[in-house]
Each structure stands twice: as structure tokens, then as C-alpha cells.
Design a protein around this ligand. Sequence first.
Ligand code: GLP
Length: 235
Amino acid sequence: MKIQVFDTEAQLASHVASLLAAKLEESLTIGFATGKTMVSIYEHLKLNPPRTIKARATMLDEYLGLRANDERSYAAFLNHHVFSPLHFPNSQIFLPQDLSDPIKASLSYEKAIHNLGGLDLQLLGIGLNGHVGLNEPGSSKESRTRVVKIAESTRVANQNEFSSLEEVPTQALTLGMATLREAKNLWLIANGEKKSEIILKFLKGEVSEDVPATLLRDHPGLTVFLDKNAAKKIS
Ligand code: GLP
């Protein structure tokens, strides 16, 4: 595992965005993530976009129970922040299909990723409870792409995108821990003091399903990018 710490969130985002732009110019399969952490990276990516896009895009997780094309879906988020501004070729975007049958959609999506030759790179944020994707505490190392219940604390954390807590979906489709562990490279990114406690647990705490991110700690291709506020408790 490599850990890189940056003085500011902007420096972190700009660095990751420039690495990502270079990867997008290669024929790789890259898994995109959502969340506030990713917004600053995608903003920097727009400022210094790849010259050409050869990569294929997949996504990490998706809410269930929203209307198709709901602007709060993660697919809409990625479309707004990445695919549309970068003019990502549609034929190179692979998203879960037909969420009206979520179990079938999960199995098909796991297969689709396999058929793409697996993930060369997966971007990851981290939830305050240690979730990655929406692999909430209790997710096993062997878990695959599947339907999950979203933890209440995660629903509360994500509430600001919705008008009330009741509207926040209770279920999601997420790539599993085993699916993520099979990616060649994982870039886990965190910023802000709010994340410092979970970063401490992720990097120095016991490896346990209670903090799913710890199940990635022995991954040979893991790089952790932090700003100094998120890294506060590990230094
Ligand atoms: C969300 C997403 C995760 C993301 C995490 C952190 O629930 N499903 O993929 O990594 O929470 O989000 P943020 O960057 O907003 O803190």
C-alpha cells in the first residue's frame, strides 16, 4: 500500500485528477465513484481533461428504488460530473442495466465487469462508518456485486441530496468486496478532518468486516490519497 498526503484538498484533487486523466488515455477499465470527495477530483479533471478517452467506465454503486433517470441517481451524478463534460463515448460506458430487477441487474453487472477483463482501476471514497461503495459494516471479504441495505448513518450522511430522510433510498446495488479486491489498482481518497477517525481505523485498526475498508488494506495495488486533515490522526 502507498499513502500520499497533500497539504490541501485542492492539491490532492489536482494530483489525482492528473493521474486519472493519464489513465483515461489508456485502454483500461476504470470504475468511477460518487460522493463529495469525488466532486473536487472531477472538477479538476474537467480543467485538465484527457486528450483522448480510450478507457472504459464502470460505476461502483447505485441507489435502488429511484425512477429511471432520477437526477439523484449515481448514474446521473457521473453523467453530470464526468461523462457529459468529458464527452465520454457512450459505447465505452458500462452501467448496471434494468434496475427494476435488482438481483438480476447485480448478477449481470458482476458478469459485465468480468467480461471487460475486470477492473484495472477503481476509485473509492470512504464512508464515515468505513464503507466502501455501499459495502456497509458486516460485508464479507467474499461478497460480490449485490443488493444491500444502506446503513441508517449513511442515509443520514447522504440526506442533503434529498428533500427529506424518508426520500433517501434504503437499498442499493454495490460492487462487492471480492469484486473490488480483484481490481488491479484501487485509489482510495479522503479529505477533511471529519474523515480522520475512520482513516485511523482503516489504516491502523483491526482488519474486520465491521470496518469494510480494512478488508482492502493488504491489496497490493492500493494507493491511499489523503489531505493533511484526513491524515491528522495517523501521523
Ligand atoms: C457514499 C457513496 C460512497 C462514497 C461515500 C463517501 O455513500 N456511496 O461510494 O465513497 O459515501 O462519500 P463522501 O465523499 O461524500 O464523503
